[in-house]
Design a protein around this ligand. Structure first.
Ligand SMILES: C[S@@+](CC[C@H](N)C(=O)[O-])C[C@H]1O[C@@H](n2cnc3c(N)ncnc32)[C@H](O)[C@@H]1O
Length: 328
């Protein structure tokens, strides 16, 4: 009898712990189909289903869940409306919508984590499709950028570089902000993904001091020595061997008083353990993504580059993200 009771408590526990998933699921579907926008003014389910060519029975369920969690309100017998709540993502048409993070979580992270039993038994791993996911990742990275940029600005201000290289520059968000603050510095962004590099190019078009190069950074070298190198959120794209190669190269690119600034989540960090452990579970599932570096790994890499870690500051504590400043 007691055993049966414990079994039920456990099952109820799993169900209760899963309730927060409902909020993320609802927000993801709402973002992906722009449904919060469709219900911005009170509308019937039939109207929205017809206008957007959606299955009405499924839309009914989504609206029902929205009602339960307080994201959608019934305004009359037939009409429903989006509630103006903090956690409801803004429209897909808004390039600053936080919905991209839900998209990355739901389409990339969760399916990969669910695939773990299969992957563990298989001799193969998943292959990360840069082309398919590159843009969404560049967009979610720009959310982190907003939190890390004040710290990066401070480090750049102290270094006063005339030349700066952003390795794996994504859509150029850091470069754009830095160029507005430091208009005299020459800036180069190296980005492997063509579509992302094009976006960076367009974003930074007005800033003549920025040059975006679409190339594998492992094959690239500057024409002359540089003062500052940035490496933001890209170490997990490189194998330990490639990391070492890159750091050795960066050591050669930098002039004597040069600075390397790294922003990365850290393995086994003091802060953000749950986040970095799940991040690592995700990365390790791919043959072409790699576990996050630990502080000791970064010290080793710094040594290979002839550099020393001078400062280390958390930029997003709950995520285990740190900024490192290195120099000779
Ligand atoms: C997670 S994004 C971060 C973008 C940006 N640094 C930021 O923090 O917002 C990492 C970027 O590095 C680029 N990347 C990965 N491997 C690269 C390589 N070998 N050479 C150049 N870029 C690379 C990816 O295409 C991706 O856009």
């Amino acid at each position: 009898m007691i055993k049966e009771y414990i079994r039920l408590i456990k099952a109820r526990g799993y169900m209760k712990r899963n309730i927060p998933f409902l909020y993320s699921w609802h927000a993801y579907v709402g973002y992906e189909l722009d449904l919060y926008e469709a219900f911005k003014k009170p509308k019937t389910i039939n109207e929205v289903a017809t206008e957007n060519a959606l299955k009405e029975d499924l839309l009914v369920r989504w609206v029902e869940v929205g009602g339960v969690i307080g994201y959608i309100k019934q305004r009359s017998k037939q009409r429903h409306q989006t509630v103006n709540r903090f956690m409801v993502p803004s429209s897909k048409n808004n390039p600053r919508s936080t919905g991209v993070l839900l998209k990355e979580m739901m389409e990339l992270h969760i399916p990969t984590l669910i695939n773990y039993p299969k992957l563990m038994k298989s001799t193969e791993k998943e292959n990360f499709n840069q082309k398919e996911h590159g843009m969404v990742i560049a967009q979610t990275s720009s959310l982190l950028e907003q939190l890390a940029i004040p710290r990066v600005m401070k480090v750049v201000k102290q270094a006063k570089p005339k030349t700066l290289v952003d390795v794996g520059c994504g859509n150029g968000g850091y470069l754009l902000k830095l160029s507005q603050k430091f208009p005299k510095a020459n800036m180069i962004g190296i980005e492997l993904n063509e579509e992302v590099a094009e976006e960076a190019q367009n974003k930074c078009e007005q800033q003549k001091q920025i040059n975006i190069i679409c190339e594998n950074v492992l094959e690239w070298k500057p024409d002359s020595k540089v003062d500052f190198v940035m490496l933001n959120n890209m170490l997990h794209y490189l194998s330990p061997k490639e990391r070492e190669k890159l750091f050795r190269n960066i050591g050669k690119w930098l002039n004597k008083k040069g600075t390397l600034s790294i922003v990365t989540p850290l393995h086994n960090s003091k802060h953000g353990g749950p986040f970095s452990s799940v991040f690592n579970s995700f990365f390790t599932a791919f043959e072409n993504l790699y576990a996050l570096p630990s502080e000791t790994d970064l010290e080793e890499l710094a040594k290979a580059a002839g550099l020393k870690i001078k400062k280390m500051k958390p930029v997003i504590k709950e995520g285990g993200w740190y900024q490192f400043t290195l120099s000779k």
